[in-house]
Design a protein around this ligand. Structure first.
Ligand code: BG6
Ligand code: MG
Length: 210
């Protein structure tokens, strides 16, 4: 494999729990309790699509002004958690795995739905590892559409079949498969049933490679 494409939230850093907390608060405004099980369907999904899902689950519809206000407020709340993050929040094994990939001359890209991806990578001090970054500001079609990963491969100058995607979300695994890329699930094999292989994290991958 010539290229690694990493999702951000829940793969490089555990921001998935902050997205969950912020969406849960929004749901509660409509008397809806977001569960961890339903939250799996929000992972990897864009901000707008996530809010639409929550409103559907809550059985409410809102004006477009209210919709924008809710999305803005969710993001502001999410950013209060993100502000407190630093390089200690990088998930175990990620930095060593990036180092190893660099030494092996494997190209590295980010393929994230988040519009906050660049500032988060900067905060974590690992943005310089990435040869290409494709995030929620660069694509028009959200995961499970393959656009984000196809664009990342193009930016790396690689064909799709030369790339491996690391993902914690069902929508992300589907997107990568539709792009014809190898998929490594980060998380639980009970959830990521469609991934080619699943690991609990990068520390486990590094242990297996030894
Ligand atoms: C994905 C997360 O990486 O980014 C989703 O898994 C999130 O939970 C999406 O909704 C969009 O992120 P942001 O930071 O632009 O709201
Ligand atoms: Mg993710």
């Amino acid at each position: 494999m010539k290229g690694y494409i990493f999702d951000l939230d829940g793969v490089i850093v555990d921001t998935a729990k902050f997205h969950f907390l912020a969406w849960k608060k929004i749901g509660e405004e409509f008397g809806f309790q977001l569960t961890h099980e339903l939250n799996e369907q929000l992972k990897g999904v864009s901000r707008v699509d996530s809010l639409q899902k929550i409103l559907n689950w809550a059985g409410v519809s809102v004006s477009s002004e209210k919709f924008d206000e809710l999305a803005t407020r969710k993001n502001a709340d999410y950013l209060t958690y993100v502000e407190k993050m630093n390089e200690n929040d990088i998930l175990p094994g990620v930095k060593a795995f990036l180092e190893k990939a660099k030494q092996e001359n494997i190209k590295i890209a980010l393929g994230s739905a988040s519009k906050n991806a660049r500032p988060i990578l900067q905060k974590l001090g690992i943005i310089s590892y990435f040869d290409a970054i494709v995030d929620g500001n660069d694509v028009t079609k959200a995961k499970p559409d393959p656009e984000v990963f196809v664009t990342a491969a193009k930016k790396l100058g690689l064909s799709n079949s030369d790339c491996v995607v690391f993902e914690d979300a069902e929508a992300g695994i589907e997107a990568a498969k539709r792009a014809g890329m190898k998929t490594i699930g980060i998380g639980s094999s009970e959830v990521l049933t469609e991934a080619d292989e699943v690991f609990s994290g990068f520390d486990e991958i590094l242990r297996m490679e030894k």
